[in-house]
Every structure is written in C-alpha cells, then in structure tokens.
Design a protein. Sequence first.
Length: 109
Amino acid sequence: MLKPIPKISMNEGAAYWARITGAPRPHRSTLIRWATKGCRGKRLQAEPLAGRWFTTEPAIDDFLIHLSQPPVDAVDRTAGPARAAQVQRSLDDLDRMIAPKRPGRPKAK
C-alpha cells in the first residue's frame, strides 16, 4: 500500500524551496500567490485547510521544474532583413529630427 504524501505548511514549503534551490527563502505569501494566481501559466498545487495553506514537496518539485523550462510558445526573436531595414530607417529619421540645426545666413528684413 502506498503511503499518503504528507502535507506541509507554506512556511515549511518556503524552507524546502530554499533547501533544494540554494536560493533565498521566499516568503510564505509568495507561495500562496503562486498557488492562487500562478507564475508563467502554472499554479503551485496547494489547498487551504482551516484558514491555512498546505502543499507537498512533490508539488513544489513539479512547480520548480515547470519554472526552469523555457516557454513552449517562445518566439524566435531574431530580426529578419525587413525588420533590420525598418529599424535603420527609424534610426535615420530620429537622427534627422534631433540633429542640431545648421546655422544659416540671417534672413533679410
């Protein structure tokens, strides 16, 4: 028979997070926000019980794995030649707008 996975409080979850990542310990409200609102499209599996939030170590592991993966719908950010030409035209226009005015001959009255 499988043992049930023990639930841990958000304080214990924050300590576990710091222990496995080596990063500073997040505040328990950060874990609650990850559980309620999510981060990068994924929510930390957790549930409230008697006014307190609980999660599990495997849930934190799964959440951490999700955060460490690159986004699935990542768009190639390299610019093609058409975009490079558009950027160059914009830079040329900007140079013309901010270039100092050349002093000309004074206008005759």
